[in-house]
Design a binder for this molecule. Structure first.
Ligand code: 3HC
Length: 285
C-alpha cells in the first residue's frame, strides 16, 4: 500500500482548515491551498486558535502544537502539489469548479498520487470523470467540525481502484478517525439519512409552533442528540444544507429531501448560520 507522506488540501474553508488541522496533528506534512494569501493565513489563524485552546486546556503540549503548526505550509498555486501523495479537495460544492480543479490537479500530481474529494452532495463518480486517472480518485467525506467528528466516509466511485479505497481507509485511521467504506450513492450514508431528518425538524418548527430553542431542547433531551437540529444546521451552514438537500431531491425525488421554504428564505437572505453571525440563532463575530 502506498505510503502517504505529504498531503495537500485544496480549499481552506471550514472543512478544509479542519482537515488540515487533523493532518498536522497526526504528524503529516500538509500543504494547504487557498485562492488568496489572505484566506490561507486566515485558515492558519483558525488552526492555530483551535490547537492553542487544546494547549490551554492541557490536552496538547506546547511543543506538540509548535511541531504541528510547523508541518503546515500554505500556497495559492496548485502546481505546488507536485510532491503530494494524497490531495484532498474541499473546495466550493460546484461540479464545474471541481472538474476544473481535478483537471488541473491531474496535470500536476504524480501518476501514483491519490486525489480525494470531500464533497458531501455531488457524485464522486462525476467528479472523477474529469481526472486523467479517475481510478485514483476516491471520496473522503469528513464531518463538521472535522477535528471533533470521528467518522470519515470512504466513498468508492464507479472508477475507483480497490487499492485506492484501502489506502484512503488506512490513512483515515492514521488520522485517528473511524472510517467506513461505501458506494457513491446520493448523500452516501449519513447525509442520506440526516438531511431529510433535519428538513423534517425545520418543518416541525412551524407545524408544532415551537421555537428553535425548544425544538433543540426536545431533540437533545428527548432523543439524546449532542446538539439540537437548529444549532446543527447553523453549524453546517444553511447554504451547505440547502445545497445538499437540493442534490438529494434532484437524484431521489422524495419530498422530504427538498429544503423547506423557511430555510431556503433564510439562506437567500444571507442568514447562513455561525459563519455569517446569524441563522436560527445570533452569534458574536
Ligand atoms: N475545529 C476545531 N476545533 C473545534 C471546532 C472546530 N470547528 N469547534 C470546536 N472546536 C474545539 C474547541 O476548541 C472546543 O473547545 P473550547 O470551546 O473550550 O474552545 C472543543 O473543540 C470542544 O468543543 P465543545 O465543548 O463544543 O465540544 P462538545 O463536547 O460540546 O462537542 C460536537 C461538540 C462534537 C460538535 C458535538 O456537539 C456534536 O457531536 N455535534 C453534532 C455534530 C454533527 O452532527 N456534525 C455532522 C454535521 S453533518 C456534516 O458535517 C455533513 C456535511 O456533509 C453537511
Amino acid at each position: 500500500m502506498a505510503e502517504i507522506r505529504k498531503v495537500g488540501v485544496v480549499g481552506l474553508g471550514t472543512m478544509g482548515a479542519g482537515i488540515a488541522q487533523v493532518c498536522v496533528e497526526a504528524g503529516v506534512d500538509t500543504l494547504g491551498r487557498e485562492i488568496s494569501g489572505e484566506l490561507a493565513e486566515r485558515a492558519r489563524g483558525r488552526i492555530d486558535h483551535f490547537l492553542g485552546r487544546k494547549v490551554e486546556k492541557g490536552q496538547l503540549a506546547q511543543e506538540a502544537k509548535d511541531a504541528a503548526m510547523a508541518r503546515l505550509s500554505l500556497t495559492t498555486e496548485l502546481a505546488d502539489f507536485a510532491d503530494c501523495d494524497l490531495v484532498i479537495e474541499a473546495a466550493f460544492e460546484d461540479l464545474t469548479v471541481k472538474h476544473e480543479l481535478f483537471r488541473e490537479l491531474s496535470a500536476v500530481v504524480r501518476l501514483d498520487a491519490i486525489l480525494a474529494t470531500n464533497t458531501s452532495a455531488l457524485s464522486v463518480t462525476e467528479i472523477a470523470a474529469a481526472a486523467v486517472h479517475p481510478e485514483r480518485v476516491v471520496g473522503m467525506h469528513f464531518f463538521n467540525p472535522a477535528p471533533l467528528m470521528a467518522l470519515v466516509e470512504i466513498v468508492r466511485a464507479q472508477q475507483t481502484e480497490a487499492s485506492v479505497v484501502e489506502t484512503a481507509y488506512a490513512f483515515a485511521q492514521r488520522l485517528g478517525k473511524e472510517p467506513i467504506r461505501c458506494n457513491d450513492t446520493p448523500g452516501f450514508v449519513v447525509n442520506r439519512i440526516l438531511i431529510p431528518l433535519l428538513n423534517d425538524c425545520v418543518r416541525v418548527l412551524d407545524e408544532a409552533g415551537v421555537t428553535p430553542e425548544d425544538l433543540d431542547k426536545a431533540m437533545r433531551f428527548g432523543a439524546g442528540w449532542p446538539m439540537g437540529p437548529c444549532t446543527l444546521v447553523d453549524l453546517v451552514g444553511l447554504d451547505v444544507h440547502v445545497h445538499a438537500s437540493e442534490a438529494l431531491w434532484q437524484s431521489l425525488r422524495e419530498p422530504r429531501m427538498a429544503a423547506p421554504p423557511r430555510i431556503v428564505g433564510m439562506a437567500d437572505a444571507g442568514y447562513l448560520g455561525r459563519k455569517t453571525g446569524r441563522g436560527f440563532y445570533e452569534y458574536e463575530a
